[in-house]
Ligand binder design. Structure first.
Ligand code: KIV
Length: 278
């Protein structure tokens, strides 16, 4: 049985921590799902860690749907959340509904995530009313990077901390089933987590959130161009992959690969017959 938003709410009630990871393709989603992550986010971080863009801003709906479909094919149990890209839910309500519906109908996701607090509350309410579960996302919101002036911790000062707390309450009231807190001080995240009945999922938001989310490429040490302070590398696959590829290149060049073990056989007399026919 696939995890539902009711299960996620229940996890908070039972004080059971909620691990969430991003995935962008079938193979990774399958591994993350089989390892037991209850939530998989098809994050627009794919723009940076998969597609090589400088930020998440260029990511399109079509790219997100393409990757969401692959993730859904790999994940049998986890709740899959599609991340709505930049400006796909701001222009008007009709666009927001249409794009969110694409994640559910075409992509096969069970929920969507969108960035912002009070400013997106009406949209959250409408999507939820239409039957689309929504995860909120406040704090450092990478789609607003030009407005925010860089990847910085949010809510260190009183005014911004008050605003974030207010945004979280408004999102809960609008019907969000969970809220990502990105790069917020641990003490503020703790307060927000205590105030809300829906779970908070932290990334760079300290240990007291109800759950944690990490970008899979950071966790596996695959994306090494920029490793955020809040990321922990549980493996260093970039190095391992480069070593494997270098070994392959060296063996092809030195006739060490393939050997008989990787080759197919046939009746050698047939070859002699072919040679004789020349
Ligand atoms: O796009 C993403 O991966 C995200 C997470 C960092 C929460 O939004």
């Amino acid at each position: 049985m696939r995890v539902t938003i009711t299960d996620v709410r229940e996890m908070k009630r039972k004080k059971e921590k909620i691990p969430m990871l991003t995935a962008y393709d079938y193979v990774t989603a399958k591994m993350v799902d089989e390892a037991g992550a209850p939530l998989i986010l098809v994050g627009d971080s794919l723009g940076m860690v998969i597609l090589g863009y400088e930020s998440t801003i260029p990511v399109t709906m079509d790219e997100m749907i393409h990757h969401t479909k692959a993730v859904v094919r790999g994940a049998n149990k986890a709740l899959v959340i599609g991340d709505m890209p930049f400006m796909t839910y701001h222009i008007n309500m009709s666009d927001a509904l249409h794009n969110a519906a694409r994640f559910i109908q075409e992509g096969g996701a069970q929920a969507v995530k969108l960035e912002g607090g009070e400013v997106v509350a009406e949209t959250v309410r409408r999507l939820v009313d239409c039957g689309i579960p929504v995860m909120g996302h406040i704090g450092l919101t990478p789609q607003s990077i030009h407005q925010l002036g860089g990847f910085k911790v949010r809510g260190k000062g009183l005014d911004e901390a008050r605003k974030l707390l207010n945004d979280a309450c408004i999102l809960e009231e609008a019907g969000a089933f969970a809220i990502v807190l990105e790069c917020t001080p641990a003490a503020l995240s703790r307060l927000i987590t205590q105030k809300l009945t829906v779970p908070t999922i932290g990334i760079g938001a300290g240990p007291d959130c109800d759950g944690q989310v990490q970008v899979i490429s950071d966790l596996l040490g695959l994306y090494t161009e920029f490793v955020p302070k809040h990321a922990k590398q549980y493996a260093r696959l970039a190095g391992e992959i480069k070593t494997a590829v270098s070994s392959y290149i060296a063996e092809v060049k030195s006739d060490g690969f393939p050997t008989a073990e990787q080759s197919y056989t046939m009746d050698e007399s047939l070859i002699r017959q072919l040679e004789a026919e020349d």
